[in-house]
Write a protein that binds this ligand. Sequence first.
Ligand code: ADP
Ligand code: MG
Length: 238
Amino acid sequence: MGRIQLKQVTKSFGDVQVIPPLDLTIEDGEFTVFVGPSGCGKSTLLRLIAGLEDISSGSIDIDGADATNVPPAKRGLAMVFQSYALYPHMTVRKNIAFPLRMAKLDQAEIDKRVNGAASVLNLTDYLDRRPGQLSGGQRQRVAIGRAIVREPAAFLFDEPLSNLDAALRVGMRLEISELHKRLATTMIYVTHDQVEAMTMADKIVVLHAGVIEQVGSPLELYQRPRNTFVAGFIGSPK
Ligand code: ADP
Ligand code: MG
């Protein structure tokens, strides 16, 4: 399960409110994309959901239970970082196993999950390599593998492809969409790239200065933008 509900959530840094009261429901199994220009609050919103930042007011429910004060490691969500967050001195196997070793799972269970993730991500032949011996796309898959092994209720991606070149980005978009189909797990994906949003999302959340301008499917947003901001943002190429 991975239904996430934000109720009247706000976030301030000092005196500056970057997220005014915001309500949002992310349905179980949905691929939701937060899109909007740089500085509009996408990362902040994702970090609030992950519990990496405390909300200033409001509440967050995960699968019907109040998770507002639940620490990040206990929320059952996995954040996927950019591939440069890998440990260069560890093998792929050790990198993927890392969160499970931290959680002190037994070795047989760790092996089973790492091998399963490697198989899903086509990394089986690369488990003994180190990140420096992999392509950019393979490194990104290792970063995703580290999330998969935790068997999270939802995956949270913050611009995971922004340090890949354009051609690789297109391939990785397809791979992440494919992974979503296969796992059928809730995914929240943050990007400032309209094309990424339009091609990957079941549901797009358009943010502007911490405010949700519109929520809808790519087709709904394209055909019936609620205002000129959405029309301009979705309509204009990057
Ligand atoms: P995005 O990810 O959409 O580019 P962010 O969520 O990173 O936007 O930032 C939203 C706003 O919050 C920006 O104005 C940013 O400067 C501010 N902000 C983010 N993190 C902090 C922080 N730790 N301290 C103060 N201001 C912050
Ligand atoms: Mg950001």
